[in-house]
Design a protein around this ligand. Structure first.
Ligand code: ATR
Length: 289
């Protein structure tokens, strides 16, 4: 009997299983266990990936305990990304630029390596949509939180000129100071200046179901014809912003791709396989939403 990627074989967990997980507080909402265990089954890897609800005050002890228990590493999500940055013995360039860590790798030499894979995941998601960010073009990011910084750094590293705009202007100024070369636009003015940009990215929670403004839909009237509009929100899959962009004939990229692509880097480090992000992977995660 052949097994299609949508119905992978049962999981193998022997005494030699490779172990990883996701630390967050809370962590129930995380899609990472569904995604990683799907890949483990699909590639026949002897391993498991588990949710690890961890209160902030227990974070360091928990990481060291997991390392002592033989885990290969962990993803870290809210509120642990800065604590993971401080805890890591070695940071890769992406983590230093992002000022945060979402992936820890427990190396054979006992050192803990910290990575930030959100920005690379975002860029990979654009490339997978046949819309790779074009060097020398300008990108405008809405938001100035951790996600904005990761995406801004990854776009700058690929030669784009990045501008950010944020409701709280001082936060945008602080982010721009951490990433030299970043421009800052006023929140009340960016819609008028949109015509100067080739890529617009919403990195805020605006447009998210259950978020601060699920109907968020700014004016795209000034957009150039070839503007690409991306959203990192993936619930709903098509945000009001993306729907408006599509109605206007603009090309769009939704947030699910970033979620899937950022996970590849950790999976490869812990489990030794570079997993594919394809329709079967997407369907599997959507069915778990
Ligand atoms: P993350 O680290 O995941 O990016 P965050 O640090 O909480 O999350 O950032 C959330 C972003 O959404 C911020 O840019 C925030 O703007 P402020 O810095 O002004 O708070 C933005 N955001 C959240 N609610 C918003 C709202 N109602 N209007 C405009 N921006 C909002």
């Amino acid at each position: 009997m052949t097994t299609s990627p949508t119905t992978p074989p049962p999981q193998i967990i022997t005494g030699k299983a490779r172990l990883a997980g996701v630390m967050g507080w809370p962590v129930e909402h995380s899609r990472s266990p569904a995604l990683h265990n799907y890949w483990l089954r699909r590639y026949g890897v002897d391993g498991a990936y588990v949710p690890l609800p961890t209160a902030p005050e227990d974070f360091v002890a928990a990481v060291l305990g997991l390392q002592a228990a033989g885990f290969k590493g962990v993803n870290v999500t809210i509120p642990h990304k800065e604590a993971a940055y401080k805890l890591a013995d070695v940071l890769d360039a992406s983590a230093r630029r992002a000022g945060a860590v979402n992936t820890l790798v427990f190396r054979e030499d006992g050192k803990i390596l910290g990575l930030s894979t959100d920005g690379s995941g975002f860029v990979a998601s654009l490339a997978a949509s046949s819309l790779p960010p074009r060097p020398q073009t300008r990108a405008l990011l809405l938001g100035a939180g951790g996600a904005a910084r990761s995406v801004a750094a990854a776009l700058q590293d690929r030669g784009l000129k990045v501008a950010i705009t944020n409701r709280t202007h001082e936060r945008a100024v602080t982010l721009a100071a951490a990433l030299p070369g970043t421009d800052v636009l006023a929140w009340s003015e960016w819609e008028q200046q949109l015509g100067e940009f080739a890529l617009l990215v919403n990195t805020t929670s605006l447009g998210m179901a259950g978020g601060p403004d699920p109907l968020f839909c700014p004016s795209l009237a000034q957009a150039a014809e070839d503007l690409v509009v991306a959203d990192i929100v993936y619930a709903p899959l098509v945000t009001p912003l993306l729907a408006a962009a599509t109605r206007q004939g603009l090309r769009t990229v939704g947030g699910l791709g970033m979620l899937l692509h950022q996970a590849r880097f950790g999976f490869k480090e812990w489990f030794g396989v570079d997993p594919q992000v394809d329709d079967a992977t997407q369907d599997h995660v959507l069915n778990s939403l």
